[in-house]
Ligand binder design. Structure first.
Ligand SMILES: [Zn+2]
Length: 265
């Protein structure tokens, strides 16, 4: 069974706008899957929600160039990919986790996500910041529905050309700071996943979301705009933290994930 990581149901409604084909074609040329593409806003800024949890403005899309080829042109890939820009190293990344997440188990999940990165001894050190305005802010917000779907997390895209991570990340506090009951089991993975985008990792299955999402097609002609990370698995790998969707369970870094992280950083 496959439950989407970032969307928890699939009702129909039309509170977001269709995207013009020109923008969609540009995103496809950059290697994004545009099946779920919508025009929306994030904290008042206009842009597009891509692959369900990546928010990009027109400027972000322009900045994702120059375009680079993937390794082999295969149509279906579940390998690891990074964006052209990555965070400059060595660097300590201060990351703020909103105190609007009032539950101690959710705050502990954030610390656990940072610990997972730090356990790999990367050239990036992940450190909790005490106030917003950090290198990456993870903000609590009760996210509205997008086409009737509940969005669990949203990243502000990818690192900029100056080597800074993307910020902020929005985490749906209606889901991850529940007033009663347990916190979803995938909370550490979702936090690590959104940080993954902020430091330059693409969805490992962006060519074929059906691998993790159970639906969604093979993009076929997409083939540029994502750089293959050498040494990562060439075949499907269940459990990667950068799959577009998951079983809703906790997924510590796989060996392929670890290779991807240690190769880039
Ligand atoms: Zn994602």
């Amino acid at each position: 069974m496959s439950i989407t990581m970032f969307i928890s149901c699939t009702n129909d409604s039309a509170d977001n706008e269709a995207v013009n084909e020109e923008v969609a074609a540009e995103l496809r040329a950059l290697g994004f899957n545009t099946d779920d593409l919508i025009a929306t806003t994030m904290r008042g800024e206009e842009g597009y929600l891509v692959e369900r949890d990546i928010f990009l403005t027109d400027e972000d899309i322009a900045n994702l160039a120059p375009r680079r080829s993937v390794d082999n042109g295969n149509e279906v890939n579940t390998e690891h990919y990074r964006t052209n820009n990555i965070v400059s190293t060595p660097r300590v990344l201060n990351i703020y986790f909103d105190d609007g997440f009032t539950r101690s188990d959710v705050q502990a999940a954030f610390d656990e996500a940072l610990d997972r990165f730090n356990a790999l001894n990367l050239d990036l050190t992940f450190q909790r910041a005490n106030a917003p305005g950090a290198d990456i802010d993870i903000l609590a917000e009760r996210l509205g529905r997008v086409r009737g779907n509940i969005i669990l997390g949203q990243s502000a895209g990818f690192p900029d050309a100056a080597g800074n991570p993307a910020t902020p990340i929005i985490l749906n506090s209606a889901v991850y700071n529940p007033r009663r009951g347990g916190v979803p089991a995938d909370v550490v993975t979702v936090i690590a996943h959104e940080i993954g985008h902020a430091i330059g990792f693409r969805h490992t299955d962006f060519f074929d979301r059906s691998f993790s999402c159970g639906q969604g097609g093979d993009e076929g002609d997409a083939g540029v705009g994502a750089i293959f990370i050498p040494g990562t698995p060439a075949g499907p790998e269940n459990g990667s933290w950068m799959l577009a969707c998951s079983s809703g369970t906790d997924r510590p870094f796989t060996s392929g994930d670890q290779t991807a992280l240690t190769t880039v950083y």
